[in-house]
Design a protein around this ligand. Structure first.
Ligand SMILES: [Zn+2]
Length: 348
């Protein structure tokens, strides 16, 4: 009996000194890691208090209750102290949020890049400028004279139909230009030959979209006027453009076509670079993609621009820049270019 009492007294004094010791260590802990160490030392699985609670089995029942209660009280007390200390750490951290740590490595800003269509436009401008062409701009809102009449497009031509042209509800039947060709006339009105110029810009067409068609396109108009200009001369310039643009030899062909403002007229197709001519959705399984329309400037267009067709000759072309971008970057759906989808755009 006496032995048991002695054992109980020992445990009680153990608890007392543990309380003083643990309290001091909690107060002294300067960070969360230290605090966790204190928790482990006293309240963990192998902790001092846990050890006292485990050893209760070795003393008689009536004393066991008493010591057990004291041990539990101490356990709760220490848990509360540790929690308090922890929240004081969190508060300090929050106050420190405004601090500037000058030793932290900087955040690298995400650098964007130009849209693929802009890259293609810049490249095109650069190449033609090197060949002596001026880069000119024209209005996107045109009138019927420049968009149709001056270009020798008759009043009953299907292109004037509402299905092809976006007319604006403004006076004089103004419209969104369906091609960049009005600028041939605008330029020839103001400049005397010899002329070499290109006009890059947006054009708009009322049409259903698919892999190769969009209702808004990026076109580049080209015009060269001089005394002695011919189709072989055009072919040489375009061949040189392709070489510099694609940075390799590209196969292309001219086939007879019809445009009211050129005579003779032809379309320019190139080997599809997406499928290397084997056939894919981009080239409608033909292996060729039409990228431009061109021809020798029609005498009536010269007349409408105030130039004498007997004196001057010239050729003109209209390239679809979207299609050139498709070929350059091997894009098989034209609609992706204006989708605004970053997953697509970040690849360029
Ligand atoms: Zn193809």
């Amino acid at each position: 009996m006496q032995l048991n009492n002695k054992r109980m007294e020992q445990l009680k004094s153990d608890l007392k000194s543990l309380k003083v010791e643990a309290k001091l260590e909690i107060e002294k802990a300067e960070d969360l890691a230290k605090l966790n160490q204190v928790f482990k030392k006293y309240l963990g699985k192998e902790g001092e208090i846990t050890r006292v609670l485990r050893s209760l089995g070795s003393i008689p029942k009536q004393n066991r209750m008493k010591v057990g209660r004291e041990a539990n009280e101490l356990k709760n007390f220490l848990e509360k102290k540790i929690e308090e200390k922890k929240s004081s750490f969190v508060k300090t951290m929050e106050n420190r949020k405004d601090w500037l740590d000058v030793t932290l490595p900087g955040k690298k800003p995400v650098l964007g890049h130009l849209h693929p269509l802009t890259q293609v436009r810049k490249k095109t401008e650069e190449i033609f400028q090197m060949m002596g062409f001026s880069v000119v701009e024209g209005p996107e809102i045109e009138n019927e004279w420049y968009n149709f009449d001056a270009l020798n497009i008759p009043k009953d031509h299907p292109a004037r139909d509402l299905w092809d042209t976006f007319y604006l509800k403004l006076k004089d039947r103004q419209l969104l230009r369906t091609h960049t060709s009005p600028n041939q006339v605008r330029y020839m009105e103001k400049h005397q030959p010899p002329l070499r110029m290109i006009v890059p810009g947006n054009v708009f067409r009322h049409e259903a979209t698919d892999f190769r068609h969009e209702f808004q396109l990026f076109q580049v108009e080209g015009l060269m006027v001089d005394k002695d200009i011919s189709v072989p001369n055009f072919k040489a310039i375009i061949g040189e453009f392709f070489r510099r643009f694609f940075e390799k030899e590209v196969q292309f062909r001219l086939r007879p076509d019809f445009f009211p403002f050129t005579e003779p007229s032809f379309d320019i197709s190139m080997t599809c670079l997406v499928c290397k001519g084997r056939g894919c959705s981009a080239c409608k399984k033909t292996g060729w993609l039409e990228v431009a329309g061109a021809g020798m400037v029609h005498p009536n267009v010269f007349k409408n621009s105030g130039l004498d067709p007997k004196e001057w000759k010239g050729w003109a072309f209209g390239f679809g820049l979207d299609r050139l971008a498709m070929m350059k970057y091997k894009i098989n759906d034209i609609r992706l270019l204006r989708s605004g989808d970053l997953r697509f755009l970040q690849q360029f």
